[in-house]
Design a protein around this ligand. Structure first.
Ligand SMILES: Cc1cc2nc3c(=O)[nH]c(=O)nc-3n(C[C@H](O)[C@H](O)[C@H](O)COP(=O)(O)O)c2cc1C
Length: 311
């Protein structure tokens, strides 16, 4: 949330044609009772793109999933990993791991209403300070029940969620990463597609994980250092093809911005996602400073040509 909006995803897609992009979590009610266009609109270049839903009511989730399918999404992903108190008080997110039967009902209702895949993103376990459900048996039972309802792909954040005791940010850092549990899950369920998430920061680590699981989801590092996606595109899909020049990405984003600056969209809504583009490269600090000052698409074109020529 607050990261992979449609402008961010447009930018990420320029860096990697193949990576699968996920929206921010959208509550099913926001689609059904709010403004679906605001939550669901996306650019055709974003494919393949998955909508992540939050919720716990099978009928509502199924209705929201159907609207999303009609919008053209390629996958519906149910959030069973968010530990925030607000989400927990709504009885969805990570706390749903304690109710695999309900998650199974949500999945089967959604799967019955759409023909695109319905997938789940969950933690390896949950701990609310009273009951600590972080055994492999707990995770395996959850996976068994939810897969029996029709979910064939799980994205597993390799940390337990601590409910009640830690802030959302702490929950992304403090519970230890246990990659071996996710690898064990793949061994126990070889026909399911198991993707790993959590703390993976470079191409070497991605390649190492791919020895054990079917895919890798990147969160923070992809945002902090988006060019990693271009490197992964080359390593995983394109082989010897040339990497895109950062400057050409900036020009493309300037052209995109020129089509978007109507209504409520401001330059900053687009450029804020690009701050990490030069992360680790020469001129990164200057880039961030000048990017923050860019007010028009022409400013962006200028930035690409003058300050960063050749990169
Ligand atoms: C600011 C922020 C917002 C996030 N929003 C979501 C979200 O909407 N849905 C979700 O499943 N995970 C969300 N996450 C969690 C990430 O998807 C990911 O599971 C977590 O950061 C661990 O992976 P990483 O170490 O690669 O970042 C968010 C994380 C951050 C830092």
């Amino acid at each position: 949330m607050e990261r992979t909006d449609r402008h961010c995803r447009y930018f990420m897609r320029l860096l990697s044609p193949n990576v699968r992009l996920y929206t921010e979590m959208v509550n099913a009610n926001a689609i059904l009772k709010g403004d679906p266009e605001r939550h669901l609109a996306f650019n055709a270049t974003e494919h393949p793109v998955a909508l992540q839903l939050g919720g716990n009511e099978p009928v509502l989730l199924a209705a929201a999933a159907k609207i999303a399918e009609d919008y053209g999404y390629d996958e519906i992903n149910l959030n069973v990993g968010c530990p925030s108190d607000r989400v927990r008080s709504g009885a969805f997110g990570a706390c749903l791991m304690a109710q695999p039967g309900l998650v199974a009902d949500c999945v089967s209702a959604m799967q019955a209403s759409v023909s695109i895949p319905v997938t789940v993103k969950n933690r390896i376990g949950i701990d609310d300070g009273i009951t600590c459900n972080d055994s492999f048996e707990f995770l395996a039972n959850f996976t068994q029940q939810v897969s029996a309802a029709g979910c064939e792909l799980f994205i597993v954040h390799a940390r337990k969620a601590v409910l009640g005791g830690l802030s959302p940010k702490q929950n992304l850092n403090i519970p230890p990463l246990r990659y071996s549990v996710v690898a064990q899950l793949k061994e126990a369920f070889p026909t399911l597609r198991i993707l790993i998430n959590g703390g993976i920061r470079d191409a070497g680590s991605v390649m190492e994980q791919l020895q054990h699981v079917d895919g890798v989801m990147l969160g923070r590092q992809a945002y902090k250092e988006p060019y990693l996606l271009a490197n992964l595109q080359q390593a995983c899909f394109d082989g010897v093809l040339n990497l895109p020049k950062r400057a050409s990405i900036v020009h493309s984003m300037a052209e995109y911005a020129a089509t978007q600056l109507t209504g409520y969209t401001r330059m900053h809504h687009i450029t804020r996602h690009m701050a990490g583009l030069y992360s680790g490269a020469a001129g990164a600090r200057r880039w961030r400073r000048e990017l923050a000052a860019a007010r028009t698409p022409d400013d962006l074109h200028h930035l690409a040509e003058v300050t960063l020529a050749g990169d």
